[in-house]
Ligand binder design. Structure first.
Ligand SMILES: [Zn+2]
Length: 166
């Protein structure tokens, strides 16, 4: 275990089960919308402690000419603006791909309670590999991490997107 990294959903919690699959479905919809805009298909949603989606976003790095416009960053900005706070305690973030180190740091700064992600990202991931941001002593808040949710569909979207570009 590194920095609170857990594998898979908690067993025996049917309410959570329904919640996280439908929330990841919403994140996958954002990923598909990103692909339709010509952006790398990654999508994210943020869910309040009450279980309501308070922000949703897909990658917009090309559209905004902004290398920081990853789905997670845009969703965190929108959720914080809506909450009128720089922190989102008790919130969950669902993202279709393992966050990069930049997004993992932003998730930590935002005090997100739980991170659910789909596909692993051996190339740029910073949670379970690479920088392993949450496992570093300089990381002051690590969310609970659940990986592999909706991974097959997230990977299919990414593979199709990059196959089309070749
Ligand atoms: Zn990122």
């Amino acid at each position: 275990m590194h920095g609170g990294l857990a594998h898979g959903p908690r067993a025996g919690d049917d309410t959570a089960m329904t919640g996280f699959t439908s929330h990841m479905e919403a994140a996958l919809a954002e990923a598909r919308a990103a692909a339709a805009r010509g952006e790398v298909p990654v999508g994210a949603v943020i869910v309040s402690p009450e279980g309501r989606i308070v922000a949703r976003a897909g990658n917009r790095t090309r559209e905004l000419c902004d290398p920081t416009a990853h789905a997670e960053i845009l969703a965190i900005r929108a959720a914080c603006a809506a909450a009128g706070s720089e922190r989102l305690p008790g919130h969950a973030l669902y993202v279709t791909l393992e966050p990069c180190p930049m997004c993992a740091a932003a998730i930590s700064f935002a005090r997100i309670a739980r991170l659910y992600y789909g596909a692993a990202d051996p190339k740029s991931g910073g949670v379970a590999q690479g920088a392993r941001v949450f496992a570093q002593p300089q990381c002051h808040h690590a969310p609970e991490v659940y990986d592999g949710i909706g991974a097959a569909e997230a990977e299919r979207l990414l593979t199709a997107f990059f196959a089309d570009r070749r």
